[in-house]
Write a protein that binds this ligand. Structure first.
Ligand SMILES: [Zn+2]
Length: 422
C-alpha cells in the first residue's frame, strides 16, 4: 500500500487537497490520511497528483537503431518524464507495416514494465508511400494508430484509399506528419529571417500547411478521424479551426519545443535544435501556446527522436532531424504554457491523449477505484535537465533551467520513477 500525503489531486470534483491511498493497481481512497502504520508514505508537499502522462508520438528506434534508444531505455526515460503510456512510431527497421512486424512489436511492448507501449503501424508498405500497408493484419495484431511519421503520405489518392479503408476499422486513427517533400526536401530550418541571414535553405510554413489542408479536405469527404502530428504554424491552426467548425473530426498535437523555442534558437547552428517541423517564428510560437490553451490543439506530444552525440556532431546541414523530449516535456510545458493550471495540464498531457488513443486505464481522474497510473508533479520546483535516462542526449533543453519537475511516476500501482528532488 502506498500513501501519497498532502497532494493537490485532480479528482472528478476538481482539484482537492488530499491524501491518496493506492492498493495493488488501484486507487483505494482519496481524502483524509489513513491511520494505519506500515505504509509506504510519500510526502507530496502540495505537488500535483494526477493521471500519468500519455505521449502519442515517440520514436523508440527498436528494432533497427537500438544504439540510439530501445524499448527499455525509452520506457525508463518515459517514466522519468512522468509518462505511464506512449505510442511508439512505426518507422523502425524493419518498419511495422504488416501482421508479422506488428505482432512482434506488440509482444515485445507487452514485456516492458515501466510504461505501457502502444505500437503504431505504418500507412504504406515499407513507408515507401507507394502501396497501402497490411491494415487488416496489423489491426488484428492490436494496432489502432497508423502513421508514416517522418514522411507524409505523398499522394492524395493513396491517403484517400487509406482513409476509406481505415474508416471501417473500429477505433482506427490516421496520424499524419504534414510535410510536402517538394517544398521541404532541401530545407534544414524554418524558411524565415534566420535562414536567410545564415544562407541555409529553409522549410517554408507552406510545406506543412499544404498537407494539412489536403488532409482536412480528404478527412471531410471520407468522414475518417484524423490526427495531425506536431502542428507548428499559425496557418495550420487556422485550417484546423475552420475544418472543426465544419464538423471534421480532427485532433492535433504540438511538441514542447515548439511551445518554448523560436527560430532564433537555431542561430548558433547547434544541431540539438534541428528537427521537423523546424522551430518557427515568434508569432507562430505564441499562436501555438494560445491554441493549446483554447483547445484548438488537443494534446502535447514529444516527438521524442533520439540520435547519438556522434550522429549530431556534424555540420547543421548534415545532422539528422529530431530531439529527445520525454524527460523534459512536463517541465517545458509547465514553464512555457500550462504551469498555473493543473486541470489544463493534465487535460492536454494525459486525459486527451489517452482518449485519442483509446487507452481506458490512462488519463483517468483520481478517485476510489481508478487505475493507479499516476504522476506526482511539482509545478514550482526549478531544475536544470541533464544526465538523461534515454540512451541519447540530443535535447535543446539540456543545461537550461526549467520550472516544474516530475517527483514520482506510478504505473499500475508500482513506482516506476522516484527522484527529482532538485
Ligand atoms: Zn513527424
Amino acid at each position: 500500500m502506498i500513501v501519497v500525503r498532502n497532494a493537490r489531486v485532480l479528482t472528478p470534483s476538481g482539484i482537492e487537497d488530499a491524501s491518496v491511498v493506492i492498493e495493488g493497481d488501484t486507487v483505494h481512497s482519496v481524502g483524509a490520511e489513513p491511520e494505519a502504520n506500515g505504509h509506504q508514505v510519500i510526502e507530496a508537499g502540495g505537488a500535483w497528483l494526477g493521471p500519468g502522462l500519455v505521449d502519442l508520438h515517440v520514436h523508440l528506434r527498436d528494432p533497427g537503431q537500438t544504439w540510439k534508444e530501445d524499448m527499455r531505455s525509452g520506457a525508463r526515460a518515459a517514466a522519468a518524464g512522468g509518462f505511464t503510456a506512449l505510442v511508439a512510431m512505426p518507422n523502425t527497421d524493419p518498419p511495422v507495416d504488416d501482421r508479422t512486424t506488428a505482432t512482434a512489436a506488440v509482444e515485445r511492448a507487452a514485456g516492458i514494465e515501466d510504461v505501457e507501449i502502444v505500437a503504431a503501424g505504418a500507412l504504406t508498405r515499407g513507408r515507401s508511400g507507394e502501396a497501402l500497408a497490411d491494415f487488416d493484419g496489423m489491426f488484428e495484431a492490436g494496432v489502432r494508430i497508423f502513421s508514416d511519421d517522418g514522411d507524409s503520405v505523398p499522394t492524395a489518392g493513396l491517403l484517400r484509399r487509406a482513409m476509406a479503408y481505415l474508416r471501417d476499422l473500429p477505433g482506427a486513427l490516421i496520424a499524419e506528419h504534414a510535410e510536402d517533400r517538394s517544398l521541404a526536401a532541401t530545407g534544414h530550418l524554418h524558411e524565415g529571417e534566420v535562414a536567410s541571414r545564415l544562407g541555409i535553405a529553409g522549410l517554408p510554413a507552406l510545406a506543412e500547411e499544404l498537407v494539412v489542408a489536403r488532409d482536412l479536405l480528404l478527412a471531410a469527404t471520407t468522414g475518417t478521424r484524423l490526427h495531425i502530428q506536431h502542428v507548428s504554424t499559425s496557418g495550420s491552426l487556422d485550417l484546423i479551426r475552420r475544418a472543426r467548425a465544419e464538423g471534421v473530426e480532427v485532433t492535433s498535437e504540438v511538441t514542447p519545443h515548439h511551445l518554448a523555442l523560436e527560430e532564433s534558437a537555431v542561430e548558433g547552428l547547434d544541431t540539438n535544435f534541428k528537427m521537423y517541423p523546424p522551430l518557427r517564428g515568434r508569432d507562430d510560437r505564441v499562436a501555438l501556446v494560445e491554441a493549446l490553451r483554447d483547445g484548438t490543439i488537443d494534446v502535447v506530444a514529444t516527438d521524442h527522436a533520439p540520435h547519438t552525440t556522434a550522429e549530431k556532431e556534424v555540420p547543421f546541414e548534415e545532422a539528422p532531424r529530431g530531439v529527445i523530449g520525454l524527460e523534459t516535456a512536463a517541465a517545458v510545458v509547465a514553464t512555457n504554457a500550462l504551469g498555473g493550471d493543473p486541470r489544463l495540464f493534465f487535460e492536454r498531457m494525459s486525459i486527451a491523449p489517452a482518449g485519442i488513443a483509446g487507452l481506458s486505464r490512462h488519463g483517468r481522474l483520481v478517485e476510489k477505484g481508478s487505475p493507479a497510473n499516476l504522476v506526482l508533479f511539482d509545478p514550482n520546483l526549478r531544475w536544470v535537465p541533464g544526465g538523461f535516462a534515454s540512451k541519447s542526449s540530443n535535447s535543446p533543453f539540456a543545461g537550461i533551467e526549467l520550472t516544474g519537475r516530475v517527483l514520482m511516476t506510478i504505473r499500475e500501482g508500482k513506482i516506476t520513477y522516484e527522484g527529482g528532488s532538485g
